[in-house]
Ligand binder design. Sequence first.
Ligand SMILES: Nc1ncnc2c1ncn2[C@@H]1O[C@H](COP(=O)(O)OP(=O)(O)OP(=O)(O)O)[C@@H](O)[C@H]1O
Length: 278
Amino acid sequence: MIRLQSIGVSFNTPSSRRNPTQSVEVLRNLSLDCRDGSFTVVIGESGCGKTTLLNVIAGFLTPTSGSVSLDGSAITGPGAERGVVFQSDTLLPWQTVQENVVFGLRLAGWGKEKRAEKAHEYLQLTGLADYADYAIDKLSGGMRQRVSLARALAVDPRFLLLDEPLGALDALTRERMQEHLLQVWHRSGKGMFMITHSVEEALFLATDLVLLRARPGRVESVHQLEFGQRFAAGESARSIKSDPSFVRLREEILEQLLQNEVKHDEVKYETNKEAWAA
Ligand SMILES: Nc1ncnc2c1ncn2[C@@H]1O[C@H](COP(=O)(O)OP(=O)(O)OP(=O)(O)O)[C@@H](O)[C@H]1O
């Protein structure tokens, strides 16, 4: 289990001559548990500290206060047990799909045959088995994100940390990718920690939906959900997303996010209403 205890993060901002040591508090007293095999999704207004939180878990950033641990051992830097997938893929365009997927294994000294075996396993899991020899630049955005997912999974992490992995995709591809993510989560048994701006996506995927409140970033509420499990058990995405309990919760959370935002900025309320609902 990944455990965040009373995390605080402050950044020194570009200083003025009058106030050379200005610091901005981004996260305050944030505690959260990410259980093995759970699908934790974090949502909250822009700038509330979601990526900062992911960076703390990934070990890219040391918190100013508090502690972050994996099974009781302090996280002090990046580690193979926590794979990261970013919004824009970081694939090597001159290599094939398969070469990209086994990139980390090659660095770890795996032999050719074992690499091919692993690649096959994860290309199957992400629905890319027929594209192993394709060049990266011949793939669509959704396929590229699936390659990123397969590459992160191939080194067998305990947790996958996903920073808005579907944010750059068109609406239809995004829906398909949500389903893919749930299948991968269900079949691989990995713990997922994901950031999104879409309330519907968060509700559909999460077992643990975390709402962050901004300035400074802190946990507002955590919802235990089972819509994703229903999809994994065979119910269709459309049936789940149109279920009255899903729609009601979507509206409640949307309203909560908008209320939080309006407290900061009256104008934002109207302009952001559509974006949240996307
Ligand atoms: N290295 C840094 N130095 C100074 N300020 C930073 C740094 N990293 C992030 N911030 C600030 O911390 C705040 C939170 O940023 P973060 O990227 O974590 O928010 P977010 O919720 O992920 O935002 P978004 O939804 O827009 O991606 C922002 O105000 C940002 O400007």
